[in-house]
Design a protein around this ligand. Structure first.
Ligand code: MLT
Length: 408
């Protein structure tokens, strides 16, 4: 459900002054009660808290048009006038139910804050309730690869600023970066769907999937957005692709963010498992594999505390095309070992690891960071393999600090 329903509230005697009018300060409380009641009837009164933020009022303006008395029933309408990255503006009006007289109008600016009182991006679930955001400077490009080889949808946010390119993991799509795309507003944020995944077209040939193909596709994306160099941020398989990009086009990389990824290639056992999964998906569809993948893609805490996120990731996996899914598994199976390249990395690097990541455990990401000269390591509490999606506030903070500190 999205949007605030109309709420009717009765005026109580204790809210009124010596003349029996609803007191001016109590009026603000009536508007506030209507907002909480709207949440209680919709997504739940704990919508903000359970998403790790609190809506703090930064500014409130109110006009009083007519007197109100105990026992009057007020009909309160609430609408979202503006949605930014961390803040939103609500307009509320109060009408007396008995005669339809408009008695008051208010406008409030609210900011989502984290537990330390710092502005935080509006969480996805809150955004869904508030309704669609009218964003200036958001574009969906379609990047053509080769002569009809593939087409990739690419979300671009921000008209100016240096470019940060987000590369998603398997078997997902660019929406896994939505929190980082919504924040980092000083940056031009670019997030493609990889060939065969999300809304990208799916080349049918098995030979069209390799780390080399994915990496060259990223160059086509950077060319299309006019970025000579970019900060490149890859999660898991996205990180494997970033290592290939480093080998092929190091001059295009300004800095690296490696999330929940590793440099090693697959073991013999791991390669066998890739083949089994690809074969099963080809014979029976992606639905036959999803329940093997899901438990380890997200952390224990997320499985307990964010069932809606688990359900959403499941949906994204189930939308995968079979050739894209199998192609990615075989491309990962055949990827080379990037460990020998780590010592030669000369750009600022941030390594992020979910503390509950079972697929690529913290010991592995930490060890990788020690092999990259000057790399910084950040562990994300209560996150598994998809830290940017599971704990967007914590990841946003470490990413923001890293980007701020980059040499200009
Ligand atoms: C991913 O998240 O991209 C994959 O789980 C990586 C892998 O299977 O190695």
């Amino acid at each position: 459900m999205s949007g605030f329903p109309t709420i009717e509230l009765t005026v109580y005697p204790f809210e009124c002054d010596a003349f029996g009018h609803l007191n001016e300060a109590a009026f603000l409380a009536v508007f506030e009660r209507a907002r909480w009641d709207a949440l209680a009837r919709g997504p739940g009164i704990d919508l903000f808290r359970k998403n790790g933020v609190w809506p703090a009022v930064r500014k409130a303006g109110i006009e009083y048009h007519a007197a109100v008395y105990p026992g009057d029933v007020l009909r309160i309408e609430t609408m979202v006038a503006r949605r930014g990255t961390t803040s939103f503006t609500l307009r509320q009006s109060a009408t007396r139910a008995s005669d339809g007289v408009r008695v008051s109008d208010a406008e409030l600016v609210l900011v989502c804050i984290d537990p330390l009182g710092r502005p935080a991006p509006i969480p996805e679930a809150v955004g869904t309730f508030l309704g669609p955001r009218v964003t200036k400077g958001t574009e969906m490009l379609r990047v053509e690869i080769g002569k009809g080889e593939a087409q990739l949808p690419v979300e671009v946010r921000g008209d100016s600023g240096d470019v940060i390119l987000f590369v998603h993991g398997f078997p997902l799509d660019h929406t896994m970066w939505r929190h980082q795309m919504a924040g980092l507003t000083k940056w031009k944020r670019v997030a493609p769907d990889l060939r065969g995944m999300g809304g990208a077209s799916t080349p049918p040939r098995a030979s069209a999937y390799s780390m080399g193909h994915y990496a060259d596709d990223l160059i086509a994306v950077l060319d299309q957005v006019g970025a000579r160099r970019a900060v490149v941020c890859g999660l898991s398989m996205g990180g494997y692709i970033v290592f290939e990009l480093l080998r092929r086009h190091p001059e295009r990389i300004r800095a690296l963010v490696l999330c929940d990824t590793k440099a090693e290639s697959d073991t013999a056992e791991g390669r066998k498992a890739r083949d089994e999964q690809a074969g099963l998906a080809e014979r029976e569809g992606v639905g036959a594999v999803v329940d093997r993948l899901l438990p380890k893609l997200l952390g224990k805490t997320t499985h307990k505390a964010q069932p809606e996120l688990v359900a959403e990731v499941r949906e994204v996996i189930l939308r995968s095309s079979v050739p894209g899914f199998a192609g990615a598994l075989r491309a990962m199976r055949d990827r080379p070992d990037s460990t020998p390249d780590l010592g030669g990395i000369r750009v600022p690097t941030l390594v992020v690891g979910g503390a509950e990541d079972e697929l690529i455990p913290p010991a592995v990401t930490q060890q990788m960071a020690t092999l990259i000269p000057g790399a910084r390591y950040e562990s994300i509490k209560s996150a598994g393999h998809m830290a940017p999606l599971e704990q967007p506030l914590a990841v946003g903070r470490v990413l923001g600090e890293f980007l701020e500190a980059l040499p200009k």
